[in-house]
Ligand binder design. Structure first.
Ligand SMILES: Cc1cc2nc3c(=O)[nH]c(=O)nc-3n(C[C@H](O)[C@H](O)[C@H](O)COP(=O)(O)O)c2cc1C
Length: 279
């Protein structure tokens, strides 16, 4: 059978795992191509794919992640096994075997057959032999549509966040001194977006924390100017104010990016699972 083995590696450790898998399959008589993900060919024409990466801050290397994303459609019809080289997670929790959030989303998206987490003591050949026994017998699982991946979902979260923040601004502005409303707004905006980022990153297929933070900050910037300053308070020059506009924008960006990045590193919990199903 024609098998593609590919990996994302920074310092060579994961490349060695990929090559061991490839040699094991070659020894069993298969026709194997083994290459880093940045040089990996189109998976069409292969009977099976094995793709893995080192974990850095609980994420796969971008080269491996992007290769899977780019070929996601083709991979839904090719049996695909995934692995993560995660020696530090194994030290932190010797039972850690679940894929990280980004890998979990990729697996669901392509209907991957299986995922294996390697630590320094795992027997790579044994896993490769398990795959060898299943080659030709296993079909990909049905792929799942990941709600978190849709841009509409990302916009929805941004709109919620903006509505919560601007409500405090719009209600307090006519009732109290503008300074007070501005301070409350500058405090509520990052808190609201940090909570939303925490929730958004728990949904399967969520965009990266940085992409979400950029999108939401841009939405707040545009919506604040067009709606708050034009409709609610036409006389107030929002863009000219550091404390009413630029500071909350900076805080929204920092809060949503950092809360999203921290959430992404946390293991998937059962409440995340049920949230992902409801989403
Ligand atoms: C900055 C940094 C972050 C890391 N994050 C993780 C992690 O989140 N989980 C883990 O198990 N290992 C983590 N590691 C360990 C690497 O995954 C490990 O060294 C791996 O063997 C590197 O593979 P490579 O040689 O293919 O790049 C991290 C290492 C570094 C330097």
């Amino acid at each position: 059978m024609r098998v593609l083995v590919t990996w994302g590696s920074k310092r060579g450790g994961t490349a060695a795992i990929g090559e061991t898998i490839a040699h094991t399959l070659e020894d069993a008589g298969h026709d194997v191509i083994a290459v880093p993900a940045r040089d990996a060919p189109d998976p069409r024409g292969f009977d099976a794919v094995i793709v893995g990466s080192a974990l850095y801050a609980s994420r796969w290397r971008a080269s491996a992640r992007r290769w899977v994303e780019r070929h996601a459609r083709d991979l839904t019809s090719i049996p695909t096994w995934m692995f993560s080289n995660a020696p530090l997670d194994a030290i932190a929790d010797e039972n850690a075997s679940e894929p990280s959030r980004d890998v979990r989303s990729l697996m669901k998206r392509i209907g991957a057959v299986d995922h294996h987490r390697f630590d320094s003591s795992t027997d790579v050949c044994a896993w490769a032999k398990e795959i060898e026994r299943e080659l030709g017998l296993t079909r990909p699982s049905p792929p799942e549509e990941l709600h978190g991946h849709s841009l509409v979902r990302l916009f929805e979260y941004g709109a919620y966040g903006w509505a919560i923040c601007s409500m405090s601004f719009a209600v307090l502005m006519p009732l109290s001194r503008p300074d007070f409303a501005i301070v409350i707004h500058a405090i509520t905006a990052p808190i609201a977006f940090a909570l939303l980022a925490r929730r958004y990153q728990s949904v399967d297929g969520a965009r990266t924390p940085l992409a979400a933070a950029v999108m939401w900050t841009a939405m707040v910037a545009v919506l604040d100017v067009t709606l708050i300053s034009a409709v609610v308070r036409p006389s107030f020059s929002l863009v000219g104010s550091v404390t009413a506009y630029w500071l909350p924008l900076a805080l929204v960006f920092i809060a949503s990016w950092s809360a999203g990045a921290v959430t992404e590193m946390l293991p998937v919990t059962s409440s995340d699972e049920s949230r992902a199903i409801r989403a």
